[in-house]
Design a protein around this ligand. Structure first.
Ligand SMILES: Nc1nc2c(ncn2[C@@H]2O[C@H](COP(=O)(O)OP(=O)(O)O)[C@@H](O)[C@H]2O)c(=O)[nH]1
Ligand SMILES: [Mg+2]
Length: 425
């Protein structure tokens, strides 16, 4: 049990009278109800004096026998001492409020707690350790510097001690920062794939064996398989771990025109899911008319280079036929029924190695991508703009970056920088 706040250490003194805790040292304690002297539990107590604690406040950690009965008694006694139960995430929130971590580090912590693959764990540790925070602080410093030069150019061009080429000195660093951001944004969603999993959509005409294939990959009967076309209507999602990465497979309704409003909605969802996915596996089978498949792949623009075409039902011994207009696709042949899925797992592995690899800062959340995209857009605009408009764009970019880490006062830092200009005012 963790107590945080100005009353934490006093509360410990009430529970364990006579204890003289030294910070960061584990003390054996027999806790007792201060009102009655009745024993509560026998355990360890650790004190972290603020600000050198997780929340930045005084913190007491009690290592107890964590049964519901012990906790229930302790909660009651602590409530009697005027303490209240923490809400979800409140300790981290206080740590954020007290400047112990920024938003990206808090997100890293949350991701670490949730991590169920090794790559997720490593990425979360990196983010929790401030990789993003440092990267963004670096950009902010350079952009603020550029902004200061621009402001100087706007306000003080006739002053002697401001060089005439100040504006020129601003644009170079801005272009460099914009290029670095563009590099991060064009990362093939590596960080998000580690965090959220590689999203794979299984799509194709009805009755070709999509659901059977999903079940083989999942190792269980996750989706209903039947010989009746149009069985799958909703999206069936299965998460699986592959080589330390998470893969999220979606089985979808067979693509075909339908008058049945429910099936039509299923087809709409299937297309949407295929569009959002990182990788599409198009399943075809001998019985499916090739023309239907071509329409699906070309006209709708669902297929992207690197997608997989899985020619199923090879056990029937019938050639599924060549597919036209499918350049850049990986072709595999197999039988979901017999479980011989012809290198599909290896193809997924190759994709993970391709997308997941790489160290350093990676975008892990849509929130980051959105804000970073906004910052980049503003910087691009500023490069074409006159100093006064460029300065406004730089402020926009700085504000977008500030949203990612959750704090930052542009004006305050500008004041500090301007103070160094010695303009004499
Ligand atoms: N012979 C053969 N039949 C298959 C194979 N895969 C699926 N099927 C059968 O094809 C029918 C449709 O399968 P299903 O997975 O429901 O197809 P979906 O509509 O694309 O999801 C079922 O009767 C399956 O047993 C395969 O590899 N070989
Ligand atoms: Mg199905």
């Amino acid at each position: 049990m963790r107590l945080s706040g100005p009353a934490a250490i006093a509360a410990l003194a009430r529970l364990a009278p006579g204890l003289e805790p030294r910070p960061r040292v584990a003390h054996r304690v027999r806790l007792a109800d201060p009102a009655t002297g009745a024993p509560l539990d026998d355990g360890l107590a650790l004190v972290f004096a603020g600000p050198a604690s997780f929340t930045g406040e005084d913190v007491v950690e009690l290592h107890l026998h964590g049964s519901p009965a012990v906790l229930e008694r302790l909660f009651t006694v602590l409530a009697g001492l005027g303490l209240k139960p923490a809400r979800a995430g409140e300790f981290t929130r206080r740590a954020f409020a007290n400047g112990k971590m920024d938003l990206t580090e808090a997100e890293g912590l949350a991701d670490l707690i949730e991590a169920d693959s090794d790559s997720q764990r490593l990425q979360a540790l990196e983010q929790m350790g401030g990789a993003w925070a440092r990267g963004i602080a670096g950009w902010q410093a350079r952009l603020l510097d550029a902004l200061a030069w621009l402001e100087a150019a706007i306000d003080f061009t006739d002053e002697e001690d401001v060089p005439a080429d100040v504006a020129a000195r601003a644009y170079g660093p801005v272009a460099a920062v914009a290029a670095e951001m563009a590099g991060l944004l064009a990362d093939g969603r590596r960080g998000e794939i580690i965090r959220d999993g590689l999203r794979v959509a299984i799509v194709g005409p009805p009755n070709v064996g999509k659901s059977t294939l999903l079940n083989v990959l999942a190792g269980r009967e996750a989706a209903i398989v039947s010989a009746i076309p149009g069985t799958t209507r909703d999206i069936v999602e299965v998460r699986l771990a592959l080589d330390g990465y998470v893969v999220v497979l979606s089985d979808t309704a067979g693509l075909r025109p339908s008058d049945d409003p429910i099936e039509a909605e299923g087809v709409r969802r299937a297309r949407a899911r295929a569009g959002e996915a990182d990788l599409r596996v198009f399943v075809v089978a001998p019985a499916s008319p090739d023309s239907g498949l071509r329409v699906g792949l070309e006209t709708d623009g669902l297929a992207q280079p690197g997608d997989i075409v899985f020619r199923n039902k090879a056990d029937l011994g019938v050639n599924a036929g060549e597919l036209e207009g499918t350049e850049g696709l990986v072709r595999l042949t197999g039988s979901a029924l017999t479980g011989d899925i012809g290198g599909l797992l290896e193809a997924l592995r190759a994709r993970l190695a391709d997308r997941g690899a790489g160290a350093g800062v990676l975008i892990t959340r849509a929130r980051h991508r959105e804000a970073l995209g906004e910052a980049w857009g503003a910087l691009q605009r500023s490069l074409e703009a006159t100093p006064d408009l460029a300065a406004e764009d730089l402020r926009l970019a700085l504000r977008a970056l500030a949203r990612i880490v959750g704090r930052f006062d542009v004006e305050a830092v500008l004041d500090r920088i301007f103070a160094a200009f010695c303009i004499g005012k």
